[in-house]
Design a protein around this ligand. Sequence first.
Ligand code: NAD
Ligand code: MG
Length: 381
Amino acid sequence: MSKKIAILGSTGSIGISALKVVKKLSPSFQVVGLTAYRNAKELAQQVRAFRPKMAAILDWKFFPELKALTQGTSTQILAGAEGLVAVAGESGADMVLSAIVGAAGLKPTLTAIEKGKDIALANKETLVMAGDVVVKAAKRSGSRILPVDSEHCAVFQCLNGSSPQDVHKILLTASGGPFRNLDRRRFSGITRAQALKHPTWRMGPKITIDSATLMNKGLEVIEAHYLFKVPYPKIDIVIHPESIVHSMVEFVDGSVLAQLGTTDMQIPIQYALTYPKRAASPVKRLDMARVGSLRFEEPDHRKFPCVRLAYEAGRKGGTYPAVLNAANEVAVRRFLEGRIKFTQIPAIIEKTLSRYRALTNGNLDGILWADRWARAHASNL
Ligand code: NAD
Ligand code: MG
């Protein structure tokens, strides 16, 4: 019997890679749901190629176009936030790949979790914002959360079921981004085009900017905390410019395990899909003799204050990570629009966090309130 999968954010970088994986694994996998933000053309092509039960576009403006382009298929076409939630919960999926970017992924992902569906999680912002809520909901419903983020997929493979007590440290690797060697005094002149040039990975624009500020690694620290139930002092970051070692786990006995591979997201996506099994894949092989040597170094916290901000928000817990995430989303969007400098990204996040007074607890309503507050506050800044 084939496994039924819904892909939220199917027109993005992860979504497109996931469809490649599914195609290669067919007929073991069958796509039953697809969603996108505004790209009706790409979504319609995907609908024609994969014939899902349901497809949804967030922005109602593009609903008529999607309807027209999918005429003659039996796919049910939906729109709006409710449409996305319906695909997550009602498309008959056994597994939902959560690959929307940003806080917009939270509601549909949580819906799928509450329905007990397994989640292949790329949308780290969901776990950063609402880690406790998401983990509790998954425990209640029996939903399994399988990491797609390459570092967390690596840690997951290294842990291989070990208990959190066996872990001395989780070592998340980071490429260091395009500005690893740039002098700190030149950071305020960094342009959008320079920041969008990631040295090792090809990804969507938001995560590419997050990688340039190293906020991506900060978000991943919080993601690791919730996924693996490991306290923050046991999660470290190490800069590894080659992006070959995707992360490591140091155990209490002194053993360190690492997972290695080429920089192709099809590998972690496929592992989440086929877990606990592995399937042959035609991805490019890692040639260690050609790689030659691997480097590791400490992150420079003066150049990349986002790392510290993420640890601080993570340790405070409650609604602080949601504030961190929302302020970051606003600042990154403004930077991409050319309205603020690169160095203003951490400055806006820091100011927003320092003015935040957590009056609400960490339940879903409190998180959504904190998210709205932080967006408004960061926008004003
Ligand atoms: P992307 O920008 O390429 O794609 C985002 C997808 O989400 C698109 O399908 C888009 O239509 C949809 N989307 C965007 N805004 C939306 C909204 N407001 N409501 C509904 N749908 C919306 O992003 P990506 O690089 O594929 O990243 C997706 C997620 O995966 C992010 O959380 C990112 O951090 C994570 N991730 C990505 C990579 C990577 O290699 N790209 C690696 C690790 C983790
Ligand atoms: Mg990652």
